[in-house]
Ligand binder design. Structure first.
Ligand code: NAD
Ligand code: UD1
Length: 340
């Protein structure tokens, strides 16, 4: 792959790690981000990791003029589209903002790509499209549903991509359904930097471990899981980043196609297992209390990862211990994330 790849949302958690993986593979990159949930400091950190985008564009994916100008300046080999809002609770409070940003953003991007004759895209979807799964591990063929506006925005984008491919099979599309990405680059230079109180488990654990929060609330210990706490499929963000390179390679190497794959480990980890592993490998205490279930949570959510192995030749390599160690290194080196 010698043509540059456009990474929208490339300053964010997953996008920045993917930028590192692409750069290490010798793929030239351009990053576009509106910094609505990220810091310009990411660019300095990427430079320290020897990642030098051909260009960084501070713009919104809904800015058609900025997109057309960007596609005019580069001949892209494809786009990885991370740019989007991702907080479930916020999406319930602000559904129109989520639809506008995530759905319109994707539509504007696809239209700009068509105008520029760039028809290869890797799209960030989520295991949230499976709702409360009837069967775990979840195969890609499982029924799709939306339980909140964030999930609906992902499903609408997936539908738009499927309809686009049906109408014009020159498109090459990889829909990647991520399970629970955690961890950070092993350098501790980039990682997840949530604003305010974290919603997700790992950033909350790291803030409890560092003393910024008194204790972790474990949402429910009465699920029908081995220890009663929720079970998820956590994968290291660097493995997830590698999945994007694998998807690009798969699209580039073959006939036009539409791929839809889960990116996960297939291994279930409960909240208590995560807490205990984090405490053990990092020699820290994670005070915790059991509180009632969080609305909208499911007991178990695990990927069936076989299709990713078959079609992308990708599987996770990094252990739960690495996820915990790398998340903690990032936290200790950057106590306030990129605001440090
Ligand atoms: P993130 O918030 O860290 O990164 C998203 C980036 O996109 C941010 O830098 C933000 O500033 C940028 N952005 C948002 N809207 C934009 C817009 N309209 N124009 C330009 N830039 C915009 O999130 P992340 O965790 O890196 O997630 C990346 C993608 O993966 C998102 O689409 C998210 O929905 C999806 N996803 C994330 C997870 C997860 O657990 N992190 C799980 C499943 C799917
Ligand atoms: C959340 C999102 C989901 C998104 C996924 C990956 C919700 C309702 N769902 O799911 O759409 O795809 O992240 O980004 O927000 N937990 C605690 N205490 C905490 C935080 C979490 O016990 O303070 C538990 C949860 O109940 C769950 C597990 O930890 O059992 C993981 O939670 P979280 O990291 O929020 O991920 P998901 O619930 O999978």
């Amino acid at each position: 792959m010698t043509l540059p790849i456009l990474i929208t949302g490339g300053l964010g958690f997953i996008g920045s790690h993917t930028a590192v993986v692409l750069a290490e593979a010798g793929v030239p990159i351009v990053i576009l981000d509106n910094q609505s949930n990220s810091s310009p400091k990411v660019l300095d950190r990427l430079a320290k990791l020897d990642v030098h985008p051909l260009e960084y564009v501070h713009a919104d994916v809904r800015d058609t003029q900025a997109l057309d100008a960007l596609f005019g300046r580069h001949t892209f080999g494809g786009v990885i589209h991370f740019a989007g809002l991702k907080a479930v609770g916020e999406s319930v409070a602000q559904p129109l903002r989520y639809l506008d940003n995530n759905v319109l953003g994707t539509l504007h991007l696809l239209q700009a790509m068509e105008r520029a004759n760039v028809r290869r895209i890797v799209f960030s979807s989520s295991a949230t499209v499976y709702g409360d799964p009837a069967v775990v591990p979840i195969p890609e063929t499982a029924p799709l549903t939306a339980t909140n506006p964030y999930g609906r925005s992902k499903l609408m984008c997936e539908d738009a991509l499927r309809e686009l491919f049906a109408a014009d099979p020159r498109w090459q599309i990889a829909i990647l359904r991520y399970f629970n990405p955690v961890g950070a680059h092993e350098s501790g230079l980039i990682g997840e930097s949530p604003n305010g109180v974290p919603n997700n488990l790992m950033p909350y654990i790291t803030q409890v471990a560092s003393g910024q929060r008194d204790y972790l609330q474990i949402f429910g210990n009465d699920y029908s899981t081995p220890d009663g706490t929720g079970v998820r499929d956590y994968l290291h963000v660097m493995d997830l980043a590698q999945g994007h390179l694998a998807a690009l390679r798969s699209l580039a190497s073959d006939m036009p196609k539409l791929l839809t794959v889960n990116l996960g480990t297939g291994q279930g980890v409960s909240v208590l297992e995560m807490v205990n592993t984090f405490a053990r490998v990092n020699s820290v205490q994670i005070p915790h209390r059991f509180v009632p279930r969080r609305a909208g949570d499911v007991a178990q959510c695990l990927a069936d990862p076989q299709l990713a192995k078959q079609v992308l030749n990708w599987q996770t390599e990094l252990s739960l211990e690495s996820m915990c160690r790398d998340a903690w290194r990032w936290q200790t080196m950057n106590p306030l994330g990129f605001a440090s």
